[in-house]
Design a protein around this ligand. Structure first.
Ligand code: IPE
Length: 257
């Protein structure tokens, strides 16, 4: 079977981002299908989209405990909403014949950002984890992004072949925000020295948008991991990216090479 491919399914890709807790079943099923076709050992890290960001934003969960603010119910609700989204992902993968095990991060990870603690769980075929509300030593709780979890798996598992970010609505990193970009604005090879004008919907997102993916991708590339961002709505591209074939998208390089 060879090495492991670590792949992020962006939350904006697998949910309808503007409708609270609504899955995009078509996309989830397409992704599950290409994952099964790939024949690879996989770590799938999925995002939250409308199962996480809306309530997390409203109750300011990424800021941790705020004195005098009612946040406990929201912490539990977002955790249980994420379990529901995760269940849709796992069900779809299983219905495509994959042997899957899912590990909710609030049960094994502590702290936020790339240096969170906790041993990375691994199943021998398809491992599924996701961005979650986790406990934190300083601020009681916080939001651990799937992008940070990706970074750790991609750089710490011994047999990683490559890392793939499947994202929604765009072909990769664009020079301009998607609303203003044209067909020539796809950056095919990106490194941290190359500026781009990312759009980050901070009024919706509690984590870092495309900028965080680019930054974490560069940290992976720095450690020698091949990283590519592709349009997750086009199954053939996701399959090619998993298999390491050349594909329309953005390859991330460290910039030191
Ligand atoms: C966010 O995780 C987790 C929560 C808001 C609970 P991600 O940062 O991985 O999610 P997406 O991909 O942006 O939706």
């Amino acid at each position: 079977m060879g090495g492991t491919v670590v792949i992020k399914w962006g939350g904006g890709l697998i949910t309808h981002k503007d409708q609270l807790c609504t899955v995009n079943q078509t996309v989830i099923d397409q992704l599950a299908k290409v994952c099964s076709q790939s024949g690879k050992k996989l770590v799938i890290v999925h995002g939250a989209g409308s199962f996480g960001h809306m309530k997390a934003k409203k109750y300011r969960l990424s800021e941790g405990r705020i004195e005098g603010s009612e946040q406990d119910d929201a912490v539990e609700e977002v955790r249980s909403d994420m379990i529901k989204l995760n269940q849709s992902v796992v069900n779809s993968l299983q219905s495509h014949g994959l042997s899957v095990k899912s590990y909710p991060p609030h049960k094994w990870a502590r702290g936020t950002g790339p240096d969170f603690s906790g041993e990375l769980p691994v199943h021998d075929h398809v491992t599924v984890v996701y961005g979650d509300v986790v406990d934190d030593d300083d601020s009681e709780f916080g939001i651990l992004s799937g992008d940070d979890i990706m970074l750790r798996y991609a750089t710490e598992l011994p047999d990683v072949e490559r890392a793939v970010f499947a994202i929604g609505g765009v072909d990769g990193i664009l020079r301009l925000p998607p609303s203003r970009a044209g067909p020539d604005d796809l950056i095919e090879i990106w490194h941290p020295g190359l500026e781009f004008e990312g759009e980050h919907a901070s009024e919706i997102d509690v984590t870092g948008g495309i900028g965080l993916k680019a930054a974490r991708g560069a940290m992976m590339a720095e450690k020698g991991v091949d990283v590519v961002l592709v349009n997750g709505e086009i199954p053939q591209r996701v399959l090619s990216a998993i298999l390491g074939e050349s594909v329309i998208g953005t390859r991330i390089i460290s910039g030191n090479s």
